[in-house]
Ligand binder design. Structure first.
Ligand code: HEC
Ligand code: HEC
Ligand code: HEC
Ligand code: HEC
Ligand code: HEC
Length: 482
């Protein structure tokens, strides 16, 4: 058989076999998605900022999927057709031979080669883009809008608003990357079939140990020293009388004396503390194991919480890390009183409006069917209160009333998400002990060792209280901070 004939036969055979709907769909799909993707990439490159979440999913996840599907359909169609033809005996008996000396064979192979390289390039770039896209805050925070809305909103108002979700939730390295993608697949199903829990439960099961994520940016040995904290709150009275609390918090770290203070005593190098909790949210802690400076393990058992030996044996011992105190470093949901105090101290809500603190908290705590109604009712509630009870103030300070009303409603919008059952206090904050048990889950004076020592609960172990809710604290005047 002459070389020309071989080529012709081969080409004919392939042409013949590829004349099937499946392969043709494949060709059309691959070519059109490749062109669309390249066009979108150029568009995305010229666009400022991240694309809209749904556009992102289309460009970075759906199109590459279709592209690969198209590529797979081409050989699949050929195979299916061959099988069918074999069944009916319509296939040629001898396959033509390939001869590289023939120019047409060479150019044919060249074409297939170039197409393959192009496809591999497009595929590689698309996978890279897809993975990078899945790591963006837009994808994590905004794609499943309702589901992530509470965490995303709180995150945007936090010190970590510029840190990507994946920095804390996945961290560096391939192992956790793969784990997170597998759990991501589960989450996609949960969202599709709406089987996710409301609210999204916390603690996050299988969250990577905080020391491998937070410590990319912070480290506990760094000496933070004593931190001077001044907080202002406002009474429920007509004048919204301000009160000041001032304390020096002993954060500590590593010093010439060794590891001191809050950071130094719990973490330093490695972990000294493990504990068992009896509830999902880790709020009840019956036993704490502490490795003291000599390397001995001290077991502190709570005299308040009763648990059986079997239950203890069953429970998992958790190694204490950053998250056991900083469980809300970025999804910091507020409580109504302190949220209003903060806005008043920043001048967003005006302290010149009589009873504004009381009224604002009352409106925030009321029940509303949904967020839109809440926003409307809260704004109306504040303005109508002053219009009817304090008409003089309403008339002379109307701008202040309106601005305050909007900012009260904003507190609601930043913290309450009825669709996800996120309401006041559903996510406890462990940093402190006034609103939630926090530090007092262990430092309550009831956790006792075999030799009768308790985990310290002396007020001055953690802070020096310089003033507690005083109207004119002397210490601030002395420091020239009035
Ligand atoms: C500074 C680190 C950090 C960043 C950045 C971060 N998270 Fe979190 N996230 C946490 C911690 C810590 C928890 C609570 C873990 C626990 O208690 O086990 C959490 C919990 C969650 C939860 C579970 C519900 C809850 O409120 O506890 C969701 C959902 C979540 N994060 C989504 C996100 C999304 C979406 C982003 C990006 C928009 C993001 N996170 C960014 C640290 C972070
Ligand atoms: C990618 C870097 C990065 C990671 C990872 C990170 N943080 Fe931060 N964190 C920051 C930056 C930057 C700030 C300072 C923000 C500012 O002052 O505006 C900050 C601030 C803080 C603060 C002080 C907040 C305040 O009120 O001033 C705490 C507490 C904190 N981070 C805890 C954590 C914890 C806990 C984790 C792990 C769950 C974590 N961070 C992970 C970068 C990071
Ligand atoms: C035993 C509880 C506890 C643990 C564990 C803990 N912290 Fe803290 N941390 C605190 C307290 C309390 C503060 C002071 C909070 C404040 O400023 O109101 C603080 C403050 C900070 C600050 C702000 C420091 C400053 O100068 O303002 C950073 C950053 C921080 N912690 C990071 C971490 C990281 C990262 C870890 C884990 C390696 C960690 N913390 C573990 C209790 C803890
Ligand atoms: C899981 C239990 C647990 C939690 C939660 C916890 N601690 Fe501790 N803490 C301990 C243990 C155990 C010790 C070591 C025993 C001791 O010094 O009394 C300790 C020691 C300390 C010390 C050193 C006391 C001293 O006398 O040297 C300080 C300060 C401290 N913790 C602050 C805090 C703060 C602040 C929080 C909350 C943000 C907190 N702890 C939360 C278990 C805990
Ligand atoms: C285990 C450490 C620890 C112990 C013991 C402790 N506190 Fe605190 N306390 C804290 C932390 C942490 C904060 C939070 C500081 C902040 O808001 O950043 C706090 C905050 C406060 C505040 C300020 C409240 C506010 O508005 O935030 C007061 C008041 C207070 N503590 C009183 C006490 C008293 C009284 C005792 C003794 C019975 C005590 N504390 C024992 C850790 C401790």
């Amino acid at each position: 058989m002459s070389p020309q004939n071989t080529v012709r036969n081969w080409a004919r055979l392939l042409y013949f076999l590829s004349q099937n709907v499946t392969s043709l769909i494949g060709v059309v799909l691959t070519t059109s998605t490749a062109i669309t993707m390249i066009a979108f990439w150029i568009y995305d490159f010229m666009l400022q900022g991240p694309p809209h979440p749904y556009v992102g999913i289309l460009i970075f996840l759906i199109l590459p999927g279709l592209f690969v599907l198209g590529l797979l359909l081409i050989p699949l169609g050929i195979l299916l057709r061959r099988k069918k033809l074999r069944g009916t005996g319509e296939l040629p008996i001898a396959y033509p031979e390939v001869d590289l000396r023939v120019p047409m064979v060479r150019s044919g192979l060249l074409f297939i080669g170039i197409a393959t390289v192009l496809n591999v390039l497009i595929f590689t770039f698309a996978s890279y883009q897809g993975v990078a896209y899945m790591d963006t805050t837009t994808f994590c925070g905004q794609t499943c809008h309702t589901v992530m809305q509470p965490e995303f909103t709180a995150y945007q108002n936090s010190p970590h608003a510029r840190v990507n979700c994946v920095e804390c939730h996945i961290g560096p390295g391939a192992g956790w990357f793969v784990k997170s993608k597998l759990s991501g697949v589960r989450q996609v199903f949960a969202v599709t079939f709406k089987t996710y829990s409301r609210p999204i439960p916390s603690p996050v099961k299988y969250l990577r140990p905080a020391r491998e994520t937070c410590e990319q940016c912070h480290w506990p040995q760094r000496f933070s020293g004593d931190k001077f904290i001044v907080k202002r709150d406002y009474k429920d009275d007509e004048k919204n009388t301000p009160e000041t609390t001032a304390l020096v918090l002993k954060i500590g770290g590593r010093t010439w004396q060794g590891s001191v203070g809050i950071h130094g005593r719990h973490l330093d190098e490695g972990s000294r503390i493990r504990y068992i909790s009896t509830d999902e949210q880790r709020q009840v802690i019956p036993v704490v194991y502490y490795t003291d400076d000599k390397g001995n393990t001290v077991e502190y058992v709570s005299t308040d919480v009763k648990v059986s030996k079997e239950q203890l044996a069953k429970s998992e011992k958790r190694v204490m890390d950053c998250i056991d105190c900083h469980n809300r470093p970025t999804h910091t949901f507020e409580l109504p009183e302190s949220a209003v105090d903060l806005r008043i101290s920043r001048g967003l809500i005006s302290a010149d409006l009589p009873y504004i603190k009381k009224k604002a908290v009352e409106l925030l705590k009321a029940d509303y069917p949904d967020r839109e109604t809440a926003q409307k009712k809260i704004v109306e509630g504040v303005t109508s209160y002053y219009r009817s009870i304090y008409p003089d103030i309403y008339n002379t300070k109307r701008a202040l009333v309106e601005q305050s009303a909007v900012n009260v409603a904003r507190i609601y919008m930043q913290n309450i998400f009825p669709d996800m059952k996120v309401t006041w206090g559903v996510h406890p904050n462990n940093l402190g002990h006034n609103d939630f048990p926090g530090c007092f889950r262990c430092h309550d004076g009831s956790h006792t060792s075999a030799d009768g020592q308790t985990i310290s609960n002396d007020c001055s172990a953690c802070h020096n209280l310089l003033a507690v809710q005083e109207e004119n604290p002397k210490v601030l005047t002395e420091l020239g901070m009035k």
